[in-house]
Write a protein that binds this ligand. Structure first.
Ligand code: FAD
Length: 512
């Protein structure tokens, strides 16, 4: 988008902006992204006494869980499936109590489903030593978020549109240029001293070979990324079976393998799966008492980082570590892991035993169509002996994840180039322990960053429900230290009072 002249400078004159004729709205807190990270920040601000008319939110998706839900559904985590966080990681409830597990148990007991309720009670009592860790169903998370959205007045604060540019102003604030959805797409400016960016992952990730295949053939049917709509694959397999190549080792790969098995069992079709991995993995990973098991070349771990990295001693270790030491710690604790679930472990064992699920190790050299609606994958196999080989498959599902490169997010790339934002050793933006983008400080104005683009700093699980809440808490606490007007503290009785309001579903400040 071509910005008007008054918005070209790094320090925009507020007077010139007002005279430009562009619609300008002034507010105090501006949350950019409108996803779960924005929701966590806005929820925290509201609970700390900020009113609806002091906050504005901008994003593409009308509901904060919009993008999360779409990515989950497309990667086969339907609303009924269980996700990967624990009972207390509730983006709708910053106290985390009662957790989703208690809520689910109460619901089951109300319907007389004693056995299931008892199973959950056992699970939360004995996880992870004797039982798999508890995880809520996706639907439960969405419903809880809907309730909290109503309570805090999300829809009144929300502006749907594309954020095109962010600039500092000459009076210590920031101006954000937004092109609204519909309405002739006339740009609108929002001016605020406190900004929060949570823009999620810039794009889905494609391996270079998959990209080359897409570019040369234009085919989006035989080779898909797991986060793309790809229901046609399951429909064709249910009709006539086939061979699928799966790439990636995370929870999406596990869930897709499970879905393929469900179709295999329901239809009786001959569905074969080749799990194509770059290298074999046999050794467990350990860091102090945190241990990640490796079985069948998958790495199993309840969450994407050990629990102690969320709020225990590993959180402190990372915060105190030198920035250069952080990538090694993050690699030791995280990486491509899948959820340590009994059903998924058993699925891998059964699939290998029955022969419909096979592992192949090697690097993909190129992917070509074979002219008859199939794919040919040329490989440099790693084991048992290095050799060139080829696979012919009906489909390939790339589950290698999401792309976090700063350069591919136009807004962040522009911001980072223009204001010289520093990158950390993981290639994301450097933030302070309070999640502030220090180089963007403008007088009293401050900008905070949460979510995937803040990875590699002092907190490991930034891209998780708990991590987003932690970032919200740290950044709001930093504002409290600056005595920002309208922000109350959330300690002792005030916290208990606010929790009671949450429990009753009452607006945190008693109205706008
Ligand atoms: C499939 C999947 C499953 C996950 N499961 C779990 C789990 O079980 N537990 C857990 O704790 N975490 C989980 N996560 C991780 C994390 O909680 C989510 O990624 C979460 O949605 C991150 O929130 P966010 O606000 O940073 O990003 P998002 O929720 O993606 O929101 C960012 C928003 O910014 C918008 N945006 C970006 N650029 C612009 C722009 N220029 N203009 C307007 N809008 C823009 C996007 O459209 C998007 O709506 C999961 C992630 C995925 C992808």
């Amino acid at each position: 988008m071509n910005l008007p002249d008054c918005l070209q400078a790094n320090q925009v004159s507020v007077r010139a902006l007002r005279q430009s004729g562009l619609p300008v709205t002034e507010t105090t807190y501006l949350a950019l992204g409108g996803g779960l990270g924005s929701f966590a920040w806005v929820d925290y601000l509201r609970v700390c006494g900020t009113t609806v008319n002091q906050i504005a939110v901008v994003g593409y998706e009308p509901v904060p869980y919009g993008r999360f839900q779409r990515l989950c559904r497309q990667s086969q985590i339907s609303d009924e499936q269980r996700i990967r966080s624990d009972s207390g990681a509730r983006p709708d409830n910053l106290w985390g109590w009662p957790g989703y597990a208690v809520q689910e148990m109460v619901g089951l007991l109300r319907h007389g489903r004693w056995v299931e309720a008892r199973r959950i009670a056992w699970q939360i009592f004995s996880e992870t030593a004797l039982a798999d860790n508890y995880a809520p169903r996706a639907r439960t998370v969405y419903q809880a978020l809907e309730r909290e959205m109503k309570r805090i007045g999300w829809r009144q604060m929300f502006h749907q549109g594309e954020i095109c540019a962010i600039r500092q102003t000459d009076d210590g604030r920031y101006v954000v240029v937004v092109v609204p959805v519909g309405d002739g797409r006339v740009p609108h400016c929002l001016v605020a001293p406190y900004l929060h960016l949570a823009l999620g992952h810039p794009a889905i990730q494609f391996s270079p070979e998959s990209q080359a295949y897409r570019q040369s053939t234009g085919d989006c049917h035989l080779l898909v990324q797991a986060y793309e709509q790809h229901e046609h694959i399951y429909q064709q397999l249910a009709r006539r079976g086939g061979l699928v190549i799966l790439r990636g080792r995370g929870i999406v790969a596990s869930r897709i393998l499970q879905r393929l098995d469900e179709i295999r069992q329901a239809t009786g079709r001959d569905i074969q799966v080749i799990h194509l991995l770059r290298n074999s993995l046999t050794a467990d990973t350990a860091y102090g008492r945190a241990r990640r098991r490796t079985r069948h070349h998958w790495q199993w771990q309840p969450y994407n980082f050990p629990k102690a990295a969320f709020g225990g001693d590993l959180r402190e270790v990372l915060e105190e570590a030198m920035p250069e030491a952080r990538p090694a710690l993050l690699a030791a604790w995280g990486g491509s892991t899948t959820s340590d679930r009994q059903d998924w472990r058993e699925l891998v064992v059964r699939g290998r035993r029955q022969g419909w699920y096979r592992l192949v190790f090697g690097a993909v050299r190129c992917i070509r169509p074979n002219g008859r609606d199939r794919l040919i994958i040329h490989l440099q196999e790693e084991s048992p002996l290095p050799q060139e080989s080829r696979l012919v498959a009906d489909f390939m599902i790339d589950c290698t994840g999401l792309d976090d490169r700063l350069t591919i997010h136009p807004l962040l790339a522009d911001l980072s180039g223009r204001y010289g934002l520093r990158q950390n050793s993981s290639g994301r933006l450097e933030v302070t322990a309070d999640f502030e983008l220090k180089q963007l400080r403008n007088g009293y104005g401050q900008v905070f960053l949460a979510g995937a683009m803040a990875a590699g700093n002092a907190y490991a699980p930034v891209d998780s429900f708990l991590g987003l809440q932690y970032a919200a808490q740290r950044s709001v606490a930093a504002l409290m230290r600056e005595d920002v007007p309208g922000l109350g503290t959330l300690r002792g009785w005030e916290s208990a009072r606010q929790w009671w309001r949450w429990w009753q579903g009452v607006d945190p400040t008693g109205g706008p």
